[in-house]
Design a protein around this ligand. Structure first.
Ligand SMILES: Cc1ncc(COP(=O)(O)O)c(C=O)c1O
Length: 390
């Protein structure tokens, strides 16, 4: 199926049509660790064909193949691999891309799990990581050296919604022969397609919008067949494979991705505008606002601005805690990208893993609240948030 000619709504329903079971409308779940060969010859084939879809589930599984077919079609990717979490996906892709002595460049602002990978794990294996304060092409260029092999990007970033100009950074990377990996979790394949802008590898925490219902943890990596094949050996060693049921849940979520994202985009834009004029709020971070420092880049490279925003309350930590104590319909919960609205006080959420100094270095203000705006009627979310702001 030529994925690029169909709309995302159609691809989400049909890109895996030739896979799965011919008779069942909803796909069966291949809840099996291993698969039977019909002959000795077939066993040899199953064991030796890389990423065989039905040999041993740590290697691949028919439910993984269906998810990958759909997300690859949405991203315009040749191939992909499903993982047990977003962190398994990005760790595997990064570890498969570097070796001792290599140099990596990444922005200061990335999801804290990715920051730990860059700051704590890679240096232990002799990989040096440089961080840029602003994720623009000139900063990446200036931070690159002969040994630079990889740029790790995240746009929009979590939790400050920083935007990276993917075309510009990919241009610098290509001219220097550097691989690029972008975490596009907050962007979703509906709002942006990094591969079309010259990025080599796109990654998602499928836990978020792809699954969309806060009931599953998974991750996915997509790119050219050659690159994804080259990640496979690291993947089966690290073993961060997705369970078949989790894959099935992601596929079910994907069917409605386009519809959900359309509503998330609209709701978050309305809430951001409401917060931007509220006197209890010092600053709103949302790429759909004209006041966002990279709004023009976002407008160029995104079709919608996504369902996540964050805002800093006047009065710092105490005000954020008070806000969190008063929300009713918006749940106090980590994570994002589900159908329901969730609020998280950043300084509390990451208190266990980041010191105050690390938070301030990353621009995480004590009064910062992140909101994942669901598909609720936005008037009801605004009522709840407005009441909690007092
Ligand atoms: C932007 C981003 N990347 C990666 C992850 C990690 O994903 P997971 O929790 O599925 O491992 C998260 C989780 O919050 C995230 O927000």
């Amino acid at each position: 199926m030529n994925g690029r000619e169909l709309s995302p709504e159609t691809l989400a329903l049909h890109a895996d049509a030739e896979l799965g079971d011919a008779r069942s409308v909803a796909p069966p779940i291949f809840e099996t660790s291993t698969f039977k060969a019909q002959s000795a010859g077939e066993f040899v084939e199953m064991a030796t064909v890389p990423r065989h879809p039905a040999f041993y589930t740590r290697y691949n599984n028919p439910n993984h193949v269906q998810v990958v077919a759909v997300v690859a079609a949405l991203e315009g990717a040749e191939s992909g691999m499903l993982f047990s979490s977003g962190m398994a996906a990005i760790s595997t892709a990064v570890l498969a891309s570097v070796r001792a002595g290599d140099h990596v460049v990444a922005p200061r602002q990335v999801y804290p799990g990715t920051a730990h990978l860059l700051e704590d794990v890679l240096p232990r294996f002799g990989v040096e990581v440089a961080r840029v304060e602003r994720p623009d092409a000139a900063a990446f260029d200036a931070a690159s050296i002969d040994r630079t092999k990889l740029y790790v990007l995240e746009t929009p970033s979590n939790p400050l919604l920083e935007i990276t100009d993917l075309r510009a950074v990919a241009g610098v990377a290509r001219s220097r022969g550097i691989r690029t990996i972008v975490d596009s979790t907050l962007g979703t394949p509906i709002n942006q397609q990094p591969l079309a802008l010259g990025i080599d590898v796109v990654m998602h925490s499928a836990t978020k919008y792809l699954g969309g219902h806060s009931d599953v943890i998974a991750g996915i990596v997509l790119g050219s067949r050659a690159l994804i094949d080259s990640f496979w050996h690291t993947s089966i060693v690290l073993g961060g494979t997705s369970g078949p049921i989790e894959a099935w849940l992601i596929l079910r979520g994907l069917r409605t991705l386009a519809l959900r994202v359309e509503r998330h985009n609209r709701n978050a834009q309305m809430l951001a505008e409401f917060l931007a004029q509220h006197r209890a709020v010092e600053r709103v971070h949302y790429p759909g606002l004209q006041t966002h420092p990279q709004h023009e880049i976002a407008r160029r490279q995104m079709r919608g601005y996504g369902g996540v925003l964050s805002f800093t309350l006047r009065g710092g930590y105490a005000s954020a805690e008070a806000f969190m104590g008063k929300v009713k319909r918006v749940a106090r919960a980590a994570s994002l990208g589900g159908v329901e609205s969730l609020a998280a006080h950043a300084a509390s959420m990451w208190a266990g893993s980041l010191s105050e100094a690390q938070m301030s270095e990353r621009g995480i203000d004590p009064g910062l609240v992140r909101l994942s705006v669901g598909i609720d009627a936005i008037e009801d979310v605004i009522d709840d948030v407005g009441r909690a702001l007092g």
